[in-house]
Design a protein around this ligand. Structure first.
Ligand code: TXA
Ligand code: MG
Length: 336
């Protein structure tokens, strides 16, 4: 796609702009949309040509499938072959930060699922996204609205910074409330559910509803030539450009002695330590607030010219698996 000279326009969620953006989507245009997890780059999921534009705008390889966003259970039935386990999870967590992978129905174009016989579906909670989905009355394919491989966007400004020259329309829904991409559960075979990506809805919460343990999907762990166990689960993903080193527990003494070229991103405010290179995700170490800020902090630090970012892992707790997954990928380490 050729770069456009004018930057994308950011629309506030007025009734008028929602109607306009819904028309754009129905006409096959791309619109960046707010969700409670991260911003997505949306297109009509039933229109193969529209969905193909997503890959071009993001520079995303076409073997990496998209998530399809819906507003009703009727739309789920339109796209996927459901099962009891999927329905139980959907009833409990939708609308919300949960994506289900199920066998697809024929009408879902191959480009959306990267040729796979399965489709990933999510019913988002963000009120503007829900209104837009209802107005355009089409399921919307939308991966995160960032150039492929970079940190996911949690504000409309992040989207403009990354894709402003490639797209025309951005709907501003404020900062994302969750801040991490959705939990992805593979339920093609309900007897063997798999956790494809940890997110704010934790492994434990899902296992509680299903009554079975979730299997995990390991990434290649650096073995370049092994096939990918699941599409899109690249070891290096969500990465800032500045090299990032992950520490289980970060040493205040080391941070205090380090030169100013290295940034130290603590999980909670480190008592007694301050400096122009000392940062934290949340003063009191609240995991929900930390998750919400993680991507914007990484972006901000990435823009400050540090040679290295040291980041501290989240301590044990409900959100730790998801936060530490993103930090490991930012460090190029893949899944645990
Ligand atoms: O929170 C989210 O999930 C956000 C918002 C916009 O909804 N979306 C998002 O999409 O993060 P993204 O860029 O991560 O891409 C979707 C990922 C793929 O990389 C792949 O890992 C998984 O979803 N996926 C999609 N379809 C799949 C399928 N049929 N089988 C297995 N994994 C699939
Ligand atoms: Mg993504």
């Amino acid at each position: 796609m050729t770069a456009r000279r004018t930057a994308a326009k950011i629309y506030r969620g007025t009734a008028r702009s929602l109607r306009f953006l819904a028309r754009c989507l129905r006409a096959g245009e791309l619109v960046a949309v707010p969700t409670e997890t991260v911003y997505g780059l949306a297109a009509d999921a039933l229109n193969a040509r529209a969905s193909a534009k997503i890959f071009r705008a993001k520079g995303r390889p076409t073997h990496d499938p998209l998530i399809v966003h819906i507003h009703s259970f009727a739309q789920l039935e339109l796209l996927a072959k459901t099962n009891d386990a999927a329905k139980r999870l959907a009833k409990k967590f939708w609308p919300g930060a949960l994506t289900l992978v199920l066998p697809k129905k024929k009408r879902v174009p191959a480009i959306v699922t990267a040729g796979l016989p399965s489709v990933a579906v999510r019913m988002p909670r963000h009120p503007l996204m829900r209104r837009l989905l209802r107005l355009c009355d089409r399921p919307l394919a939308a991966p995160s609205a960032n150039p492929f491989g970079y940190v996911s966007p949690t504000t409309a400004e992040h989207v403009r910074a990354g894709l402003g020259k490639k797209i025309r329309f951005i709907l501003d829904g404020g900062p994302a409330a969750v801040g991490l991409e959705s939990t992805i559960v593979d339920l093609r075979d309900p007897r063997h559910p798999r956790l494809l990506r940890p997110g704010a809805i934790s492994r434990r919460q899902i296992e509680d509803v299903l009554g079975i343990k979730l299997r995990s999907v390991p990434t290649r762990g650096g073995a370049k030539h092994a096939p990918l166990p699941a599409p899109g689960l690249l070891d290096r993903h969500y990465s800032p450009r500045t090299p990032l080193v992950l520490h289980k527990k970060m040493s205040r003494t080391r941070a205090a002695k380090s030169g100013l070229a290295e940034a130290w991103l603590f999980f909670a405010r480190p008592a007694g330590l301050t400096g122009p290179n000392v940062f934290w995700l949340d003063a009191r170490g609240d995991a929900y607030r930390a998750a919400r800020r993680l991507f914007s902090r990484l972006r901000a630090l990435d823009g400050r010219g540090f040679e290295k970012i040291h980041a501290e892992a989240a301590p044990a707790g409900d959100l730790a698996e998801a936060i530490n997954d993103r930090l490991r990928r930012a460090a190029g380490l893949g899944q645990a």
